[in-house]
Design a protein around this ligand. Sequence first.
Ligand SMILES: NC(=O)c1ccc[n+]([C@@H]2O[C@H](COP(=O)([O-])OP(=O)(O)OC[C@H]3O[C@@H](n4cnc5c(N)ncnc54)[C@H](OP(=O)(O)O)[C@@H]3O)[C@@H](O)[C@H]2O)c1
Length: 245
Amino acid sequence: MDLLIEGKVALVFGASAGLGKAIAASLVQEGVRVIIASRNRERLKQAMAATGAVDHLTVDLQVEGAGPEVVQEVIDKYGAIDILVTNTGGPPNGFFTDIDNDVWKDQYQNLVLSPVEVIRAALPVMQRQQWGRILLVTSVTAREPIAGLTISNVLRAGLLGLVKSLSNEVASQNITINALLPGYTKTQRLIDLHLDEEKICGEIPAGRLGTPEELAHLASFLVSEQAGYITGQMIACDGGYLRGY
Ligand SMILES: NC(=O)c1ccc[n+]([C@@H]2O[C@H](COP(=O)([O-])OP(=O)(O)OC[C@H]3O[C@@H](n4cnc5c(N)ncnc54)[C@H](OP(=O)(O)O)[C@@H]3O)[C@@H](O)[C@H]2O)c1
């Protein structure tokens, strides 16, 4: 299927590795001009070579105001942002009593305020051109809390409210906003967490971890022309992990 997004400009955050990098690669395969952004310039260069992205920009989304600067750079250089994918590093694990106010505030910036800021910065261009696709990479924890992932359970659920609120405000302008909820997916982050893979796979009906590419193909479809009637949705790619409707 031709996704009809050839030549569009996409900005993908958190794209030097893992899920963001896979999404960037998948969009490049569709002929999209992809700009990738994250903190580490060396890793970004390697990711650019591996994915075929046209450009890379360094940004630390933990810093308030840094994300919108990158959005503006892309608009100034490429004249538009058609597709915006928000993604960043995962929060630290921890039970409620492990987490102090400073960590909550940092992670509020990382997980909530950074997508809010970059969406706010990109929206006027999308509104002018009456076309836009916004995709938030969140987690299955947004719908089903996982023990010991307190920050993720709380803040990612809040983002679903953002998706629902904003989607209704901009749907008539041909702008969609959806959340992608990855289940356990084999990225370096997951490997580094040293989780008990056998135990996790026992909780997943598919009996295995997902691959970044499986999530990335779904992401490409959700930002396609054909997905123009899909908005305000929270779509999991989780091998059946979420049990509820
Ligand atoms: N993998 C899974 O199973 C899974 C499941 C559910 C949800 N998620 C969530 O999905 C997101 C991506 O996961 P992943 O597995 O792809 O993680 P990953 O392999 O650790 O990749 C994270 C990406 O975000 C960038 N990044 C980290 N902190 C950043 C910051 N402060 N500012 C800008 N960029 C930053 C990293 O690049 P630099 O180091 O270059 O900045 C990297 O490109 C995370 O939020 C994770 O919690 C993952």
